[in-house]
Design a protein around this ligand. Structure first.
Ligand code: ACO
Length: 371
């Protein structure tokens, strides 16, 4: 019996959703390299592509957007319970709990035919930005802002955070970010979703598992920590000493390294370009210096910036609060999660790996008085 720690290199499913070449730095959604989509498509088009396998024509997109808009509002009882969450709760914990509540409030929660699952996937995509924005308002003693009837998914999210129509640069940044993060093969949170539905559990339970898994600092939680690091560094001249100190203490530089990419992460490449074009370049300049020192120190280790590294200055410059970075990741990845969930249901077998037992055997019962 051989153990692959972290399931490294193990292929657990076939998928038509995304292809990653970790040696060449390639990411493809349903046949389209991400470079074709980022900056051209809307996030709604990419969601349609992942769910239905092709880019929508005008009338398909209009209908899709209309269906999405019709699902953006939160049920009253959910908003009501959210007002009772402790104000200091991390937004990822709020999202996890609120999505679980959504499941309780959805009469179709346990109906698992394909049409019902597609409706629920749409509901999750539509409602998650509203949940996060509502929490941002509630924790600041402000009234949640209802979804805007005209704005697209990315712009509406930014609008619901502040009540102001976002500027074009911020909308473009967040839209590109959402597109780049929508799916990524068998990453940890997607795997968690697939494991959950492989037991024929419902889609809400699976997405709750996905959110819980994304929250960790080795996965989606890294973007928030990368930004905290940039803030702590404060200026490019301080980056070198900061990185050297981290490495000397054998700590990780958040936003660096990847299980699959052994070259530049193609998403990081696009986000780096975007960060360079944002009006507030201060954090980008610090990030550049962190990257330079890290690559110099880790030469030969094949560690490069991952998607979370340059998404930090992009989201920050777009005005997204730091602890909403990982929830914003979830707003995007819920599309990939649910697309994988649909694939798993369509060709399911219980996911149940084995463990190698390395403990003792044959011990004899000892009465409690004698232990
Ligand atoms: N900083 C410093 N050293 C690192 C880093 C890092 N960010 N990442 C990996 N290493 C080193 C490890 O210390 C290890 O060194 P060693 O061989 O001398 O012991 C070597 O690189 C391999 O690291 P592993 O942890 O075995 O690699 P694994 O594939 O298991 O982990 C991971 C990948 C978790 C992403 C890792 O690179 C990491 O912790 N990065 C920082 C957290 C992060 O940015 N996560 C986001 C990933 S992208 C995403 O999920 C959206």
């Amino acid at each position: 019996m051989s153990v692959e720690k972290g399931l490294a290199g193990i292929v657990v499913a076939q998928t038509e959703l995304s292809f990653i070449d970790g040696q060449e730095g390639v990411l493809i959604y349903r046949g389209y390299p991400i470079e074709e989509l980022a900056g051209r498509a809307s996030f709604e088009e990419v969601a349609y592509l992942l769910w239905y396998g092709l880019l929508p024509n005008r009338s398909q997109l209009d209908q899709f957007v209309q269906q999405l808009k019709a699902e953006q509002t939160l049920p009253g009882p959910l908003l009501e319970v959210m007002r009772h969450y402790p104000r200091s709760t991390h937004p990822m914990a709020v999202l996890r709990t609120a999505v679980s509540t959504l499941g309780m409030l959805d009469e179709e929660a346990d109906t698992t035919d394909e049409a019902a699952n597609r409706r629920k996937a749409l509901r999750l995509m539509a409602k998650m930005p509203t949940i996060i924005a509502a929490w941002e308002r509630i924790r600041n003693d402000q009234e949640p802002i209802p979804p805007h009837e005209e704005l697209g998914h990315a712009a509406n999210y930014l609008y619901m955070l502040t009540g102001q129509a976002p500027d074009e640069a911020a909308t473009r940044a967040v839209e590109t970010y959402l597109i780049l993060l929508a799916d990524h093969g068998m990453n940890a949170s997607t795997f968690a979703c697939r494991v959950a539905v492989s037991t024929l559990a419902d889609i809400y339970s699976a997405v709750v598992a996905g959110i819980g898994t994304l929250k960790g600092p080795l996965h989606g939680g890294a973007n928030e920590r990368a930004m905290q690091m940039l803030l702590e560094i404060g200026s490019p001249e301080r980056a070198e000493a900061y990185v050297l100190d981290l490495l000397a203490r054998k700590e990780r530089v958040m936003g660096m390294g990847h299980r699959v990419y052994k070259t530049q992460d193609p998403r990081a490449r696009i986000l780096k370009g975007l960060a360079a074009r944002m009006s507030d370049r201060r954090w980008y300049d610090i990030a550049l210096e962190v990257e330079r020192v890290f690559l110099r120190e880790m030469v030969g280790k094949r560690l490069y910036p991952n998607v979370d590294f340059y998404s930090a200055p992009v989201l920050y410059a777009a005005g997204v609060p730091i602890d909403l970075f990982t929830p914003t990741f979830a707003i995007s990845r819920v599309v990939g999660w649910t697309a994988h969930i649909l694939e798993q249901y369509a060709d399911n077998r219980l996911i149940r790996p084995r463990a190698e037992y390395v403990g003792p055997k044959g011990l004899k019962w000892v009465p409690i008085e004698a232990r």
